[in-house]
Write a protein that binds this ligand. Sequence first.
Ligand SMILES: *Cc1c(COP(=O)(O)O)cnc(C)c1O
Length: 819
Amino acid sequence: MLRNLNPDQIASITSGEIQGLASSGSIRRIAIDSRQVIDPAHTLFVALKGAKVDGARFIPDLIDQGVLTFLVSKDEKCNHPGVTFIRVESTQDALQKLAAHQRSGFSNPLVAITGSNGKTIVKEWLGQVLSERFSVAKSPKSYNSQVGVPLSVFGMEPYHQVAVMEVGVSQKGDMKALEEILRPDLGIFTNIGAAHEEGFFDRKDKINEKLTLFQEVKLLIYCSDHLEIDAEIQKNFARERLISWSDQPGADFTRSIKILEQGARIILMKSDLSTFTFFTQFSDKASLENVTHVIIAALTLQLDPEQIQQGLQHLKPVDMRLTLKAGVNDCSLIDDTYNNDLEGLRIALDFMKMQRAKRRKILIISDLLQQGSSDLWCPEVVNLIQNHDIDWVLGVGKSIQAIGKKWPGKADFFASTEALLQWINPDLFQNDLILVTGARSFGFESVINLLQQRIHGTVLEINLNALTHNFNFFKKRLRPDTKVMVMVKAFAYGGGAVEISNHLQALGADYLAVAYTDEGVALRQQGIKLPIMVMNPLEESFHLLKQVELEPVVFSLDFFKKLNRWCIAQNAHLKVHLDLDTGMHRLGFDREDLAELRSELKQTTHLQIASIYTHLVGSDEQIHEEYSRQQLKNFQQMNGFLIEVLNEKPLIHALNSGGIIRFPEYQWDMVRLGIGLYGVEVTGTHDTALKSVSTLKTTVSQVKTLAPGETVGYSRKGMMAKGGKIATLPIGYADGFDRRFSNGKGYVLIHGKKAPVIGNVCMDMVMVDVTGMEVKTGDEAVVYGQEISLKELADQIGTIPYELLTNISSRVKRVYYLD
Ligand SMILES: *Cc1c(COP(=O)(O)O)cnc(C)c1O
């Protein structure tokens, strides 16, 4: 929580000007999202102008909710009696200044971690190890950005004895502002990735940008075996500020590792020859590097080796994801079984708020560990529960029971997870939204197991953060006032239309588009409120369009007349969109139709033209550049001719994902974003900038060893001339694993290694060659995902990524997560 500030103080910290009543009330909370407000009278709403939504758009709604104080940008035209506006040059800068102020009141050590990989894990693990001795504040999830870092700082409370913050930057120049907020005492530089990153010139550039974070630290921990990092650090930091470690002699800590049957022994020797020995259950290179950073940081912060060893015992591979799953009896289940602090709880409850309404909201929660005595956190937990309208709390552990005394709602408490499991039965839940959140040591995975709908083998995981990232990537390429229509046709390119639309609604998309009426009806039934365009509505569905407010595309004179007549007969009014054919030759008005269309438009009183658009046939490919430009020019002429007779100016749009990249000068009023949102950059010019959204995964059903000359699968197509080992996976062409992947055309990743398809793909199964690999039943196999290029795979079998994505069968379960 924010240290108490009044509007005058906030204005002075942020160099803002107060407009309107300077209410004397004190501010204790900061919100940047209108759905996060839980104590309106004491909340400062910061209207960020993100690539996403302009926060100012929510001000009227927030005033209704009772928020009294707003931080807005100078040019914002808002005015409301009884409300305080603090006007600043940039609201993001102002948020950062408030965070810097909050930080300056914290006198205990602050550890900051940056680097390309492992920073979230090091932050989480260090937090856990340090909690053996201290009450720890740490940034939640991977909150490490220009906005995430300030928000993390507001989570630092006076009772915390140490703070651990993770920091990330995506382009040159970003780190300085974050350094000014955090002023870390101790720094950890994890490592530097090999991959080229957009926003940086080269690796040296990236290293130096990251080092900006540490310019004032007292001590900096790093591994000097990363030679490029070592070189830059040696250049810029005095020797006595550095704590280096290395597997070679000469560093402050020399490390030697012995890999054991299970895990590894890490021996650290200091230059005075004193040694420390630790045991960890991890033995892979990356985890050992992360653990070493954690140990050295903990030693530096004066933990005893015994305390550190104690802390290492409980470390688990970090799965920070907040996952939405289908539960038993039509419930939705939010799985947050890793989380165990207040910030995490807050995020999980916000996530819960964003989900579609269900019958009840239920919270299953364990004691909060790492947070000190329950007197400190209990009031805030009660606050959160109250403000998120939770209907029922099931608490597990000793100290969580304290909330029962302060919260009047329905609550049941259990001494242990076993006691809870014995008591609950899935039939207690029906069409509910259930959040399961608890510290690792409570093993809430078993609660999830009990309440989740059985998932068989294959799942499609959808990363909602990646979706947000991609949405923002395209938003940033557009003028701020250009609207974005997102194509959620074909089950949102296979990702699941309802959940994705729900998320887009929150991100501030302006429009959705589907191919057929029933797709639109399904979205409305699940409470999606955005305007929805239907590209190919059939005559039989006119009444549905009206009933659930869908906006049809009109693409021919004949269709225009039919729809117009129907509207007159029903005395109905509809918003419609006009599709002009400039070369696609699919649907749409031709040039010859325009004169007659124009006279129809003049006469109609029942159809309102919401937009006019055309579709490019080859926006993804350079060779069609000339043709695309011709299409755009023709479109301009054609729509100009129609607009002349309209009373209201319709939205004009032409660009799909490829078009946004190639022809931003033709963005007009709106663009239609499709495949790019789902992580495929079709033009190939920004390949590294998008994040892959969906991962299709399955698990090995069986492993077999074959003798030389044996064959695999139907028609004996898979020949094992030399014999070897195969694994059978429960995914086939009926699930969307294309049959053309047969006989080595496709592959999956098992433990990061390629296993090619052997033989023909079957309807429900496929066999892959795992000769020479360590593979056993139950191991995970990645079919599509971050490490597999959909474009390459599609090329292999002569198709396009669109087809691979949309073919994933509806029998494959979708799960959604935030990481
Ligand atoms: C599918 C579709 C889009 C989106 O195209 P992407 O290449 O996926 O971005 C845009 N406009 C129309 C008319 C479409 O049918």
